[in-house]
Ligand binder design. Sequence first.
Ligand code: CS2
Length: 491
Amino acid sequence: MTMKRLSSDTLNELSYIVKTPGYDRAALRPRLVHLGVGAFHRAHQAVYTEETNEREAGEWGTTGISLRSPTAASQLAPQDHLYTVGTMDGERISYRLISNMMRMITAPEAPEAALAALAAPEVCAVTLTITEKGYALDPATGRLKTEDPDIAADLQTPEAPRSAIGYLAAALRIRYAASALPFTIISCDNLPSNGARVREAVLQYAGRIDRDFAAWIEREGAFPDTMVDRIVPATTPEDITETAEAIRLRDDAHVKAEPFRQWVIENKFAADRPQWEAAGAQIVEDVAAFETAKLRLLNGPHSAIAYLGYLSGYDYVHQVMDDVDLSPFITLLMDEEILPTVTPPAGVSLPSYTEALRERFLNSALRHRTWQIAMDGSQKLPQRLLDTIRDRQKMGLPYDRLALAVAAWIAYARGRTIHGEKIDVRDPLSARFAEIASASSGVDSLLQGFLSLGEVFGDDLSRDLGFAGTVLTQLQRLMTDGPQAAAGALS
Ligand code: CS2
């Protein structure tokens, strides 16, 4: 039997097991815009907004903009932008309907509509999940990559942009010309000082167009730093089928997520905002400690799990956390090597935090793919693993486990498993990786090739012989004995 699709018209057929919104959808106003409507937004910021609407009788509606693909619009628009989130807690799944998304725009198909939606006077905040690479900043220097094709094109025709930074600036410029207030720009990507980064990108870009305009952004704009946390694996076709059976309607925009969620936002806003605290968000004066703890203790081990796990033949994170060699290795990596570099955020006990993280990684219901986390390693490694190594070096402490994680990234990024099977490496630098791999004649030259990637390793680690030697030892062991034995030797 073909299942009917979720939409306003079929809502009365939705299973009673789905928690439905406790507020009036008709009262929503398009006051928020989100760029990059992937699974993470749907299960994170959108859930906070939804609960805020419920608890505060809010009017917070979201316009979603996809900067590239029409996928999100094709999932959401036929459903009147309604979708469900499945929270997976062991055997238990609980569903809730999310209804604050009002409209979806695919920017390349409707650039004027996208710009108008952003610049609309009612919009008070724009949230972003555009991934690490979306910020177009050189990670080592913080310089705007004006050579990036999208940024270069946008600087030629700033009123008809295509990049995220170009859209934000173009919309702010309309506000500026109208002597209106800017909207708050809230980065929700896993980058340290994510607010400061997007501010830097927008200011450098705006400065190239009009200095007075850039000065206005500097004066009036607000770019809070945030820490975002919820494990949200990519939705699979099986998830869609299983959800349809459970909720009695087909939901092509469904996302699944773990029960845990956290959102810490710096108290810095340019305009009105939803009282996201009503949904549990923490509004604080300084996000840095939360960000560092999360990036280093969650995302760092996540990347280590992804590379070592994938190379060991594991598809999912929870399987890696069940492996006799890899699981103790990850525990020691977290407790012995990473934790001593982290200052606990106010009110947080780091040993309990790491213990809770391991429980979260063990959530088998999530089926979180190692391959998904392995993506875009060149953009993730610096803040997840390399800064921790830099701190260990400064403290005069060993970092062999972190070095094994870096070695596993290199082994993965070269595009072959230890047994020689091809890996589908997704990364903005994948072409460079392939060149390095084909030019290298052995482990030594492979490592040299990768270390020459200054945008990943920075000027310091690229030239650091002690670092190179430590990674080489791990890479050799990994290539000869395999990832499990290499990890086992450090447990
Ligand atoms: C993961 C993160 O895909 C990845 O790189 O490490 O997306 C992780 O699941 C989230 O940051 C959890 O908050």
